[in-house]
Structures are given as C-alpha cells and as structure tokens.
Design a binder for this molecule. Structure first.
Ligand code: COA
Length: 465
C-alpha cells in the first residue's frame, strides 16, 4: 500500500524577538523565572511591520519549493491553516499562491486551494485532508502544500500576552514521503468547549486556566481512541512524542499524564511501586473517569479523594529517575525551538516534530524506521493523535533547515518598541503603516513583503530581491 506523509518541511519565523525574562518580565514587574521555569519560554517571535500571515506563509512555501526543485504544476492542493485570517471569504492560500506565481513562470491554476479552521489543530487537519486526497487516488501524482501560519498575538495585558509568537511552517505532503509517513490509525478527543475563541475579533477571548484542563482532557480521550485502534502505546514505542506546544510548561503537564497512562499495568509501574506506590485506581474510589475533567457519575467527595491521590502519585512520578530520563530523551528535544519562538498556534506541533528531528540529526542518531507519536490540539476543542514512521532519507530533509540562524538573526525589541509593533499589528488602531510611513526594524531581502492595500480592501504584496 502506498505510504503517504510529510516529504519536506520549511520554517519561517517572524523577524522580531521579544525577550521574555529580560525585557517583558521586568516591564511587567514579574519574576523572569515565571517565563523560563514556569512557562518554559525564553522569547517570542514577532512579525516585523512588513510581515503578516501571508508573507510568512509564502516565504516558508517559497523556500520549500526552491529546496525541493518544485514548480507550481507539481502542486495539486494548497491548504492554509490559520487562526489569524483577515478575510471571511477569500482564503489566505489564494494570496500565498498569488505571491508565489509572481516568482515562478507557472501557475497554480489547477490546484485546489482552501483554508482550514479549528484553532491550533487545523494544521494537522490540513495534513489529514492531503493524506486522504492522495490515498483516494485523486492527486494525479502531485503533492499538497500545507502551510500553517499565524500571528499569535493577544490583547495587551491579557495573561496570554506571555505566550505570543509568529511564524509559519510549510509542509509538502506526498506519496512515498522522504521525511515521515503517517499511520492510518488516529484517535480523536472532541467536545464543544469555550476555552479560547475569536468571535469575529482579532485578539482571542481566553480562559487560560480552563484551556489547560481542556487540553489535557481532550488529549487523554484522543490517546484512548488511538489505542482503541492501534493497540496500547508504551513508553519505549516512540523515539519522540511531539505535542502541540502553546508553551513548553503545557507539554510538561501533558507528558506526565501520558507517561502515567502508558506505564499503567506494566512492569514499569511495578518497578516504581516501592518508591511511589501503585497508581490509584478509579474503582477503589468509586469513580468512573480519570485525570482532568472526569465525566462519570461519581460523588463529589469520591472524585476529590481520587484527584488528591492521583495528584500525589503524579508528584512522586515526576521526580522518579525513570520519568526524568524518559522526559529528557523523548519530550525535551521537541521543545527547543518553541522555547525561543513562543506559540505559533497551527504551526506549533509541527515545530515540535521538527525540533525533535533536528536534535536527532545533531546527535547523529540513526532514526530511520523509528516512530513518533504526534499529539495535536485545538481549543474549542479537539485533540488528535497519530503515529509517524521516520523514513530512510530523513536526514537529507532536515540538514538544510536554517531555523537556528533565523532565530539568531531576529531583531531584539525593547519594551517600548514591542508596544509600537503590537499597535502596528492591531487592526483596531489606525497606524502610520496605513500611510506607508511606519518604521521597520529589519531589512527584507529575497522575500515577500506586505505592500499596502488595494481598491477593494485586499492586501497587496511584492517580492523584494
Ligand atoms: N518561578 C517558577 N515558576 C513560576 C513562577 C516563578 N517565579 N511564577 C509562576 N510560575 C509558574 C506557575 O506556577 C505556573 O506553573 P503551573 O501551571 O505548573 O502551576 C506557570 O508558571 C504559569 O504561571 P501562572 O501564574 O499560571 O501564569 P498566568 O496566570 O500568566 O497564566 C496561562 C498562564 C498559560 C494560563 C496564560 O499565559 C494564558 O492564558 N495563555 C494562553 C492560553 C494557552 O496558551 N492555553 C494553553 C492551552 S491551548
């Protein structure tokens, strides 16, 4: 049977940097360790004044097409996943295709273009759509371009301001992929939730604490669903487990829940029993659910007693050598890029995968044939889990990534500059950009830039040599 998966990947970070412990925390009168230790973040990426979701997405896609030697005719689908769209009708993929057609001779005239929305899980859903399109035999030998692009900005003084970010991940989805193939098996955890939404507004309304609990609950359900079709997941089955990473501290929580579930009723649980006891069982407390947001018919007191016992077990578990060794080997390498760039919404889980593969490459690790377990999440809310198998040619696809250099080259904003940039990107504030007079902090070259507004309110772009 034909394998389908990710053939190539490219990343474009917003070109400005907000240093969280050294610039943001002091201005807010906060302890820098809230960022570095609590949230696990060093910096956020920001778009320069000539950047937006179209330029970042088009730049990532352009770089990918150049690297892969592709022409527009080789692409049969362009799907853009974003939570930062600025148009309720015309999809961002048409703008990106328009940019690319400006630098290629060919056109994407016969490519199906669309825009996917389900908060941060939409990038994974777009890969899913491409997978199904290819598996159905409708692709005529062509590949799909999936672009996850977001400016994850929050209103000033919202708690989410700590976890902002901006960037794009472009992925080529093909038959016989050279990076990772995707499992047919997948699991979902999905429910109507009000944790994070943007009802026709630019900046999100967020119940941050609740969103953390909803993430964990839906991820648990997705893992159960995945295991229902793929069999039990064990800690040693996967070289890396990239999760959606709104901030690394969130993944720290998810990984602990996942580990606990994976060692349940195994020799590993028995081996740890002398040190921390066995996991509390729901039956012993008369409850039917487990973990965050259990939905059984248990009494409140039973549930509280179970939660307390569970928290105590988890506190012990996270301190064990076995857990810490596993976390350091399987989870921590997925977080290195995210720590420096913040939340990229739809792109975040794809950064996590890339971060892990890049670590393996740097460590000269032989990863061919090894498996990844990928956990995506979108508020509102839905989690998806599937497995991926690393292909023999994976190193070739990772070797030329320039993300480290891009991160290094970002312009380091002062707090006052950050405030100005945030205002420039705020659609409700009339900025000098509209008169074409705004300052820019970096000089574009070899990339697409925003070039003002057209007569119908459309955005215009040009390529700067
Ligand atoms: N040293 C070490 N750790 C510290 C600290 C310090 N000085 N100060 C705070 N922390 C820890 C807190 O204990 C907390 O960790 P915990 O959750 O493990 O307990 C973490 O840092 C964050 O601190 P908190 O006070 O909870 O931050 P906050 O009130 O600013 O809210 C979010 C954090 C994530 C809820 C907020 O940034 C948000 O709303 N983000 C957007 C929504 C989001 O990303 N949701 C995730 C699911 S998609």
């Amino acid at each position: 049977m034909t394998e389908v998966g990710i053939d190539a990947i490219e990343i474009w970070t917003g070109k400005l940097k907000l240093d969280l412990p050294n610039t943001f925390a002091p201005a807010k009168g906060e302890d820098p360790e809230k960022y570095t230790k609590g949230l696990g973040l060093n910096a956020s990426s920001f778009p320069d004044t000539y950047e937006d979701i179209v330029t970042m997405g088009a730049n990532a896609a352009h770089r990918l097409m150049e690297h892969e030697g592709l022409e527009p005719e080789d692409i049969g689908r362009i799907d853009v996943a974003t939570e930062s769209s600025f148009d309720n009708s015309k999809p961002v993929s048409t703008y990106i295709a328009g940019c690319l057609e400006g630098v290629y001779d060919g056109k994407f005239s016969h490519a199906n273009k669309g825009e996917r929305k389900f908060a941060c899980v939409a990038g994974t859903q777009s890969i899913d759509d491409a997978y199904n399109w290819i598996k159905a035999g409708r692709n005529r030998g062509r590949s799909a371009l999936v672009i996850a692009t977001d400016t994850a900005l929050y209103a000033r003084n919202d708690p989410g301001e700590a976890t902002q970010g901006a960037g794009a991940v472009a992925m080529l989805i093909s038959e016989d992929p050279e990076l990772v193939s995707l499992s047919t098996e997948q699991g979902y955890g999905s429910a109507d939730e009000t944790d994070f939404l943007k009802p026709n507004q630019q900046f999100p309304s967020v119940d941050g604490k609740r969103s953390v609990q909803v993430y964990l609950a839906r991820m648990r359900e997705a893992l159960e669903d995945f295991e229902g079709v793929a069999g039990r997941a064990r800690t040693e089955d996967f070289a890396y487990i990239p999760f959606h990473t709104p901030f690394p501290g969130m993944v720290r929580k998810a990984a602990l829940f996942g580990y606990r579930r994976m060692i349940r009723d195994t020799q590993q649980e028995e081996e740890l029993a002398d040190e921390i006891g066995r996991q509390p069982r729901e039956e012993a407390f008369g409850v039917s659910g487990q973990g965050p947001e259990s939905s059984g018919t248990e009494s409140h007191a039973d549930e509280e007693a179970y939660e307390e016992a569970l928290n105590e077990y988890m506190d012990g578990l996270k301190r064990t050598d076995a857990y810490q060794e596993w976390y350091g080997r399987v989870i921590d390498p997925t977080l290195t890029i995210s720590r420096e760039v913040g939340n990229w919404y739809t792109g975040s889980v794809h950064l996590a995968r890339t971060s892990a593969l890049r670590t393996a490459f740097e460590e000269d690790r032989d990863l061919a044939g090894e498996r990844l377990l990928v956990g995506s999440y979108g508020s509102g809310a839905q989690a998806e889990i599937h497995a991926e198998t690393v292909q023999d040619t994976w190193e070739r696809k990772i070797a030329d990534l320039t993300i480290d250099q891009q991160i290094e080259d970002r312009y380091d904003l002062s707090y006052e500059e950050y405030e100005r940039v945030h205002d420039v990107h705020n659609h409700d504030i009339e900025s000098d950009l509209d008169q074409g007079e705004i300052e820019q902090f970096t000089d574009p070259h070899g990339e697409f830039v925003f070039d003002g507004w057209g007569r119908m309110g459309e955005r215009k772009y040009r390529f700067v040599e």
